[in-house]
Design a protein around this ligand. Structure first.
Ligand code: ATP
Ligand code: MG
Length: 653
């Protein structure tokens, strides 16, 4: 048996130095790593000074009752004031906060002064509905301006919001409303989805039929479609529009609960992650400044995530607004009305900083590079990735086809639980490696450890952990402190266990290797799904791949792969020859141990609504088991499509 915790198979030698102009004027330089290491708490105190506090803290970190942290103890601030009002007071009221683009092509521009008025009105409206500090408000809205406005209105009055992605079912919404005991739900009549009106209100009606805590449903009119009216319902345009544009923001404690957000459910039952105010806002503001090198006077920033996920909370709403940034928000899907819509938006608003997910990048690879090539993307100066490990080939495609070979790519590792970015290149400092998230950011103490909790040497693989508390860390799982301790703090003594595998390369840089639950044990070797998937994606005819381990009488587990060919791959991609070619390609790239037993060519992969591959379902398919929980899938019919592929997929060795 092998002693290694996780094999390190993939070798990657491409390197990309920071562009000299960017490095010369970068917000953060190499020195910051040392400064932060020398005095971590002092470093975070300096970052907290980016914010405006009503009352200073008297202690940076209280870690006397681990793993329950308190940051900036005794400090008071108002998060909404920090994101909006203070910029207006500083004379920046005319700066655009959001360029909003609706799917049908309608637009709205909100300056910081506009946002201040809208947030004040919404805050007054919530107060009129009886919402008070400490109450929970569920928000089930599409990507329209009322979504960030509602979040900020809650923050302003000290209500804790729970945003639920507007693609979730009534049952998913119901359990989230009930778990948080929300008093009010904010929704819309419907949303624009692929040129059609998709109803939202009936889902809410269904959900709140059995959630007695909900007193009111506040409804934004977006599509104009007909909706049922219940006594508890109030139209946004009736209630909010008549409110005063004045509202005085009161300071809240640094540890006041800002929001609950349920994880995306890739591995099973979602957890209600609780984030608080001062530490959270400090880290999201700092990381947005550092990782995106934001110059708020000149940059136009676009994060394509949905605000229903943590990426949208931290890097569409709180981080960018705290920094006074100008951002783009897009309501719709990337292929409406055509597959170049995103690139059209970048061209139209002259976006300089762009942040998206590997799942989107691989989709664009599948659609073909001629689509972005039709647009002028020359305004871009930095591009980022988050959500899954980015396969080296997808990174290079992104860098070349979207970033024109000149924009640095920042691959940012973090989670709903971490609140903000934890491991990432610094664009003016780091020589980027395709596929690597590189190093913990200044002020973050993360490591890769073996199953005994010992730091692995360079070249070794194991578990990603965080060894010291960080300001935007989750404070608990809502209503379940015990599950919080058990899930994150019990695997290794005194360390936060993220659930992800990682390796350190010979330089000590971090490469994320996927979830540890997905690791395959093949003939005594722990092999990561990510490395085999990356090897498959490095074949010129493959756009996307998912890999899982299936029980095997000889090797313990055997590797089973599912691949989606690229659009230009030709017709012969379903035959045995193609499959044999791919198996050999993996064996050549990673070594014979990683050669898949089976490869199935499929049209789609099962993904969560946030676009992440759900490998546990593929494992069920590969082992001919009935499927587990599929409620967080985007489209459960994908599983039928894949299952029909099974009979033709037989072992060849
Ligand atoms: P659940 O915890 O309910 O299964 P989830 O983990 O998908 O859902 P998120 O918090 O949205 O929910 O995702 C965080 C996870 O996404 C990380 O733990 C990691 O597995 C993956 N991830 C995010 N960014 C990266 C990245 N840059 N590289 C590799 N993996 C990443
Ligand atoms: Mg997770």
């Amino acid at each position: 048996m092998s002693q290694e915790t996780l094999s390190n198979l993939l070798q990657e030698n491409r390197r990309f130095a920071p562009p000299p102009e960017l490095a010369a004027s970068a917000n953060v330089t190499a020195q910051t790593y040392e400064e932060a290491a020398a005095d971590r708490l002092g470093f975070w105190e300096r970052q907290a000074e980016r914010l405006t506090w009503a009352k200073p803290w008297n202690e940076v970190l209280d870690w006397s009752n681990p793993p329950f942290a308190k940051w900036f103890v005794g400090g008071e601030l108002n998060v909404a004031y920090n994101c909006v009002d203070r910029h207006v007071e500083a004379g920046l009221g005319d700066r655009v906060a959001y360029h909003w683009e609706g799917e049908p092509g309608d637009t709205r521009t909100l300056t910081y002064a506009d946002l201040q008025r809208e947030v004040a009105k919404a805050a007054n409206a919530l107060l009129e509905l009886g919402v008070r500090k400490g109450d929970r408000v569920a928000i089930y809205l599409p990507m329209i301006p009322e979504l960030p406005i509602s979040m900020l209105a809650c923050a302003r009055i000290g209500a804790t919001h729970s945003v639920v992605f507007a693609g979730f079912s009534a049952e998913a919404l119901r359990t989230r409303i009930a778990d948080a005991q929300a008093k009010v739900v904010i929704t819309a009549d419907g949303q624009n989805r692929r040129g059609k009106h998709a109803a939202l209100k009936p889902t809410v009606d269904d959900a709140v039929a059995s959630t007695p805590d909900v007193e009111h449903v506040l409804v934004v009119r977006r599509t104009g479609q007909e909706v049922a009216h219940h006594e508890r319902d109030v139209w946004w345009h009736d209630l909010v529009e008549r409110q005063s544009t004045e509202h005085t923001a009161e300071p809240h404690d640094a540890e006041h609960p800002l929001y609950i957000l349920y994880t995306s459910g890739t591995t099973g039952k979602p957890k209600g992650i609780l984030h608080t105010s001062g530490g959270y806002l400090t880290q999201v503001a700092y990381t947005h400044h550092a990782v995106f090198d934001l110059k708020p006077e000149t940059d136009v920033y676009w994060c394509s995530a949905d605000i229903g996920w943590v990426t949208g909370h931290s890097y569409i709403v709180y981080g960018p607004l705290a920094n006074g940034a100008t951002s783009v928000i897009y309501e719709g899907t990337p292929d409406t009305p055509h597959q170049g819509r995103w690139w059209e938006i970048i061209e139209k608003y002259k976006v300089t900083l762009f942040y998206t997910a590997p799942t989107a990048i691989r989709t664009f690879m599948k659609w073909g590079e001629e689509i972005p090539a039709r647009h002028d993307l020359s305004s871009l100066r930095l591009i980022g990735s988050v959500g899954e490990p980015i396969n080296p080939e997808a990174y290079v495609w992104y860098r070349e086809r979207i970033g024109a070979g000149r924009c640095p790519v920042v691959d940012t590792w973090w989670q709903t639980e971490t609140g903000g970015i934890m491991v990432s290149p610094l664009p003016g400092v780091t020589e980027g490696k395709p596929g690597a998230a590189m190093r913990p950011l200044p002020g973050i103490v993360a490591d890769v450890v073996d199953d005994q909790g010992q730091s692995v040497p360079n070249g070794g693989g194991g578990f990603l952990v965080v060894k010291e508390p960080w300001p935007s860390m989750l404070r608990t799982i809502w209503g379940d402190d015990e599950r919080y301790v058990k899930t994150y703090w019990s695997r290794f003594e005194g360390m936060y266990f993220a659930g992800d595998g990682a390796k350190k390369d010979d330089d000590g840089d971090f490469w994320l290797l996927g979830r540890v639950d997905d690791v395959m044990l093949v003939s005594g070797h722990n092999i990561s799904t990510t490395e085999v998937e990356s090897a498959l994606v490095s074949h010129p005819k493959v756009a996307e791949a998912a890999v899982t381990g299936a029980t095997d009488p000889v090797t313990g587990q055997a590797i089973v792969a599912f691949v989606i060919p690229r659009g230009n791959a030709g017709a012969d991609v379903d035959g045995e020859e193609f499959v044999a070619e791919l198996r050999d390609h993996v064996a050549k790239t990673l070594g014979p141990i990683a050669k898949p037993r089976q490869i199935m060519v499929v049209p789609e992969l099962p993904k969560t609504r946030s676009g992440k591959i759900m490998r546990r379902l593929l494992r069920d398919v590969a082992e001919n088991r009935s499927l587990g929980d599929v409620t967080t899938l985007t489209d459960s019919s994908v599983m039928d499509l894949i299952s029909t592929k099974l009979p033709s997929a037989k072992s060849e060795d």
